[in-house]
Design a binder for this molecule. Structure first.
Ligand SMILES: *Cc1c(COP(=O)(O)O)cnc(C)c1O
Length: 284
């Protein structure tokens, strides 16, 4: 399995040599931010949107601003290195940015990129869609602003809760999950944003909720509006998901995964809005 590792300043590193110090706060606390990008035909997609979110997340964590221009170059170098390694297909590019070493407060931050194969589950999720269970997020917040320390709007390296939710979904025989707040408000998936079609309109949960603003849903919504399809950000409930004309989980690498089954019930698929085609147009 090919793995490319590139430093934040654009040096291609040996993927078989250790990179982190034992006391890196990425490893000990998940204290930092990351991004996951799709690489297609040798180029990473929606790079500006991902770098914008990385910079915003770093500021929210009181980390120094990453060198955006250097990162942009590093992304290009990493994507080219993937192609140069003889890999022809799509790839998953990650950027990790952490607070650095615990023993060196205020010292250099840790920043690196990896490129590797797209996970095996992706092809089937794109082709056949996914089954999803709803899971209680464990809190009931009207807005993310009330408890910013939950880091809900940040793509935080502290992801173990999300992977635990995915294990729970798998234990219940599902491919993925959608979190609900205690009052039934739809939030997001552990690794993807929720979008529904209702009639001729696309809807997604309001970004004032404690959820991550997705780059994929933003790209799809911009494309939809350009095509004359109305889009709305609003509070959605479980009833809205069950009654939707189409339900998707959107994310950078899996892209648009249609939810065919929700909590064991097969969903209707009457929507005439082609969300995957909108996304393909946005990525082109
Ligand atoms: C990454 C992620 C998403 C999807 O974001 P994209 O920018 O579309 O890839 C949604 N929710 C969570 C919790 C995520 O970590």
């Amino acid at each position: 399995m090919a793995l490319i590792v590139v430093s934040g300043d654009g040096r291609v590193l040996d993927p078989d040599r250790p990179l982190l110090f034992a006391d890196d706060l990425a490893a000990l606390r998940g204290d930092g931010v990351f991004e996951t990008l799709l690489v297609r035909n040798g180029r990473a997609r929606l790079v500006d949107a991902h770098l914008d979110r990385l910079v915003r997340g770093a500021a929210d964590l009181a980390l120094p601003a990453p060198d955006r221009a250097a990162l942009q170059r590093a992304v290009e170098i990493a994507a080219r290195a993937w192609v140069a390694s003889g890999e022809a297909g799509e790839a998953m590019l990650r950027i990790a940015y952490s607070r650095g070493r615990e023993s060196a407060p205020g010292g250099p931050r840790t920043c690196y990129l990896t490129v590797g194969p797209v996970p095996g589950r992706v092809a089937r999720a794109r082709r056949e869609g996914v089954s999803v269970v709803t899971l209680d997020r464990g809190y009931d917040l009207p807005s993310a602003a009330r408890a910013p320390w939950l880091l809900a709007g940040i793509k935080s390296l502290a992801y173990a809760g999300n992977t635990a939710a995915l294990r729970q979904a798998a234990a219940r025989g599902a491919d993925d999950a959608i979190f609900l707040a205690g009052d039934g408000t739809v939030l997001e998936g552990p690794r993807g944003s929720v979008v529904i079609a209702r009639g001729a309109t696309l809807l997604t949960p309001s970004p004032t909720l404690p959820i991550l603003p997705g780059t994929t849903v933003a790209a799809v919504f911009a494309q939809a509006r350009a095509a004359g399809i109305p889009t709305r950000e609003r509070r959605l409930t479980l009833d809205d998901l069950q009654a939707a004309d189409g339900l998707w989980l959107l994310s950078s690498v899996t892209l648009a995964a249609r939810v065919h089954t929700l909590d064991g019930t097969v969903l209707g698929a009457s929507s005439c809005i082609d969300v995957p085609a909108l996304l393909e147009a946005a990525l082109a």
